[in-house]
Design a protein around this ligand. Structure first.
Ligand SMILES: CC(C)(COP(=O)(O)OP(=O)(O)OC[C@H]1O[C@@H](n2cnc3c(N)ncnc32)[C@H](O)[C@@H]1OP(=O)(O)O)[C@@H](O)C(=O)NCCC(=O)NCCS
Length: 351
């Protein structure tokens, strides 16, 4: 039997034990006093260490330095120390967990939309789980978001909507929370959230799979040129703040002798995942074929050409993040021998 008491900045968890088979571990839970406070400049080493102790699942990079953590978690132009809230065990001064709140971009991707809050990161050290700390952190994140004008919050961010951790969480994109790392549906249901989106991760192992043979593709080779550029063209502010620190290339198929682009796509280097996944991998995004050029197999030709060249550069894994209702992209990736390997989840709550 247990009882809990909380106040606004400290959460005193008192377990009243009537009879317990394991008195020692039960005693450890008595009088746990947790201080919730915003980020201080000296916190990154502790946050970096916590990241590596939380078993964040297969879609979290590991083995990177504290500088890298700071770059991807705290260096964005909209970074606000009030939005990263830590839970500290007062007695031992150990970091028990943290939550990181932010905002989605506006429709033009030229700035933030402060009415749309997001919970970008959340973790509790395994020694401190199931003591109400995760739930309390979510409440603190909501208070912060509300104070900035948010009307709703999406935990996990959403596809291309997460303001922090691009490059170190989720693979290509931190577009939701990894289903294999935590009991997210149960946890967020307990926090009053409803399930929102499920984002599919599709991958192709370039070593173990072969390209499909297609006569149409051979014909395309004769009248198309591939142009590869490392200069971002027409990318939004949101793209630069999220992908600007990562390697990227844009691929375009042009009709020979013209400036006509019949298909385009972009790749993002996922080198920070090498220590975790053990292979060089690349994310593929923004596949686009102009309306007038559709149904000619140009996207298929471009996808296979990108994969062929990546294989030549010792890349072993290519991944894409897709919404389950984006049938054209799912069909294209299926054709290119990509399989669904994982799912990322988001949860929503009105504030
Ligand atoms: C998800 C997580 C944050 C929960 O933290 P927590 O402090 O243990 O959560 P709480 O104690 O506040 O749990 C609140 C409620 O959620 C539910 N819940 C939490 N963990 C659960 C689990 N493993 N199984 C079932 N329900 C669970 C319960 O209803 C719980 O209430 P109860 O303990 O009274 O039954 C924690 O498990 C974690 O850090 N996991 C890894 C996080 C991660 O991968 N982050 C990456 C994104 S950046």
């Amino acid at each position: 039997m247990s009882a809990r008491f909380a106040n606004s900045s400290r959460n005193r968890v008192i377990f009243v034990i009537l009879s317990h088979p394991d008195a020692e571990s039960a005693l450890a839970k008595v009088n746990l006093i947790v201080l919730y406070r915003p980020f201080h400049n000296a916190d990154p080493p502790k946050l970096h260490q916590l990241w590596h102790m939380c078993a964040l699942g297969p879609n979290a990079a590991e083995g990177f330095s504290c500088d890298v953590f700071e770059l991807f978690a705290c260096s964005q132009p909209y970074w606000d120390p009030q939005g990263l809230i830590l839970a500290v065990d007062e007695e031992s001064d150990r970091l028990a967990g943290y939550v990181h709140a932010g905002f989605a971009p506006n429709a033009a991707e030229s700035g933030l939309d402060y009415s749309k809050g997001t919970i970008c990161g959340l973790m509790v050290h395994p020694d401190f789980r199931r003591r109400g700390i995760g739930r309390e952190l979510v409440g603190k994140a909501e208070d912060y978001l509300r104070s900035c004008g948010a009307k709703s919050v999406v935990a996990g961010g959403g596809l291309e909507r997460n303001a922090f951790y691009t490059g170190i969480y989720g693979g290509l994109d931190p577009s939701g929370f990894c289903t294999r790392a935590a009991a997210w549906p149960q946890f967020f249901a307990a926090c009053g959230y409803s399930p929102a989106d499920e984002i599919l991760i599709l991958r192709r192992d370039l070593i173990r799979t072969k390209d499909p043979v297609n006569a149409k593709l051979l014909r395309h080779r004769r009248h198309l040129n591939l142009i590869i550029t490392d200069r971002p063209t027409n990318e939004s502010w949101w793209w630069f703040v999220r992908y600007g620190h990562l390697d990227s290339l844009r691929f375009e198929l042009h009709e020979k002798g013209t400036e006509n682009v019949v298909a385009a796509g972009q790749i993002i280097g996922l080198d920070l995942f090498i220590p975790k996944w053990g292979v060089r991998s690349v994310g593929i995004r923004q596949f686009f074929v102009p309306e007038t050029q559709r149904r000619h197999g140009y996207a298929q030709a471009l996808l296979l050409e990108i994969c062929r060249r990546l294989k030549g550069e010792s890349v072993e894994l290519v991944e894409a993040h897709v919404m389950p209702d984006d049938q054209p992209v799912l069909d294209l990736l299926k054709y290119g021998n990509f399989d669904v390997t994982d799912r990322l989840l988001t949860f929503r709550r009105s504030l």
